[in-house]
Design a protein. Structure first.
Length: 285
C-alpha cells in the first residue's frame, strides 16, 4: 500500500523488499506480510458492521458465507486474510481496491545494479523505467522535457530565503558518493555526468541519445529546485561568472607589459653609412 495516497497494489509477483513507484510518484516497498485470520466484524460487500449471530448483513442482505472461501487477499491495514471477491476487509472495513498493474519487466539492465532489469511504470501520464532494487529512474529526453516544463509553469518568483528553505531537506540528506560512470541501459555506452542546471548540485547520468538516469530522489529534488526558482538562481550564477570573467580579462589587458620593437644597433648603422660614403667617393673618381 502506498503511504502517500493509500493506493493498493497486488505485489504477489514481486520479491520481498522490491521497490516501485505509485501513480502518485511515491516509492512503495513490497513487504513480506504475515497475514492472520479474524472473525467477521464487517460486511465484505458494503463494509457495514456485522451483527453477532446473524449470518447475513443487516444492511445489504449479503450472506457472509459467500466470502468464507478464496481468502487470498491480505488487507494492507490489519493484515487480515480476506476474500478475493470482497470489496471491504471484514475486520476493519478498509476498501480493498488492488491495482493489478505494477509494471512489466523489460530486458534493459539497471545502470546502478546491472544484475536487475528495469520495469515499466506509469506515473500520471508518463511511462518511465524503474529499478526495483535501488528505486532509480530511467527517463527519456522527451519525458524529461515535459516534466521540467510543467515544473517551470509552477515556478514561484525567485526569493533567496524561500529557495534555501525549499532545498534545505535535500542538502541535509545529501551523501558523498564515489564517482562512477554508468552505462546507458539502451546502448550500453558510458554516460556523461551533468550537474543539472549547472547550479542545482544534483549530478545525473545522461546519455546524449536516449535519456537520463536519476538515482532515488534525484528527480524529485530537481523538480523542487525548478519550482523554487532554480532556473532564475542558475541564471544569476551564470551572470556572476560571466561578469567575473570579464573583469579578469580587463585586469589582464590593463596590467600587461607593453611590447616594444628592439632599438636599432647604432654601430651597425654607422658602419653601413661609412661604406655608403666610400662607395660614392670611388664613383666620383
Amino acid at each position: 500500500m502506498c503511504h502517500g495516497c493509500g493506493r493498493q497494489f497486488d505485489v504477489t509477483s514481486r520479491p520481498p523488499g522490491d521497490r516501485f513507484r505509485c501513480f502518485c510518484g511515491d516509492v512503495v516497498v513490497a513487504n513480506a506480510l504475515e497475514p492472520r485470520d479474524a472473525e467477521v466484524l464487517r460486511c465484505p460487500s458494503c463494509g457495514a458492521g456485522a451483527i453477532t449471530g446473524k449470518p447475513d448483513c443487516a444492511f445489504c442482505g449479503t450472506a457472509f458465507s459467500l466470502f468464507e472461501r478464496d481468502r487470498t487477499t491480505v488487507c494492507p491495514s490489519c493484515l487480515t486474510r480476506c476474500s478475493s471477491h470482497g470489496r471491504f476487509c471484514h475486520q476493519c472495513a478498509r476498501p480493498l481496491i488492488g491495482e493489478a498493474d505494477v509494471g512489466s519487466a523489460t530486458t534493459l539492465p539497471c545502470p546502478e545494479c546491472p544484475e536487475r532489469h528495469l520495469t515499466t511504470r506509469r506515473v500520471q501520464d508518463l511511462t518511465l523505467l524503474e529499478c526495483g532494487g535501488c528505486a532509480g529512474l530511467w527517463v527519456e529526453h522527451d519525458a524529461i522535457a515535459l516534466v521540467t516544463e510543467r515544473a517551470r509553469a509552477l515556478a514561484r518568483p525567485f526569493d533567496q530565503v524561500a529557495f534555501e528553505h525549499a532545498m534545505k531537506p535535500f542538502r541535509e540528506g545529501r551523501r558523498l558518493r564515489e564517482v562512477v560512470y554508468r552505462r546507458c541501459p539502451t546502448c550500453l555506452a558510458h554516460m556523461a555526468r551533468r550537474n543539472w542546471g549547472k547550479a542545482s548540485g544534483v549530478v545525473i547520468d545522461q546519455c546524449p541519445r536516449h535519456g537520463s538516469w536519476f538515482d532515488h530522489g534525484e528527480l524529485e529534488q530537481i523538480l523542487t529546485w525548478i519550482r523554487a526558482g532554480g532556473d532564475v538562481y542558475s541564471q544569476k550564477i551564470a551572470k556572476a561568472e560571466q561578469s567575473a570573467n570579464e573583469r579578469i580579462k580587463t585586469v589582464s589587458t590593463v596590467g600587461a607589459v607593453p611590447q616594444y620593437e628592439p632599438a636599432p644597433d647604432v654601430t651597425t648603422a654607422a658602419v653601413s653609412l661609412m661604406e655608403l660614403i666610400a662607395t660614392g667617393i670611388r664613383l666620383l673618381k
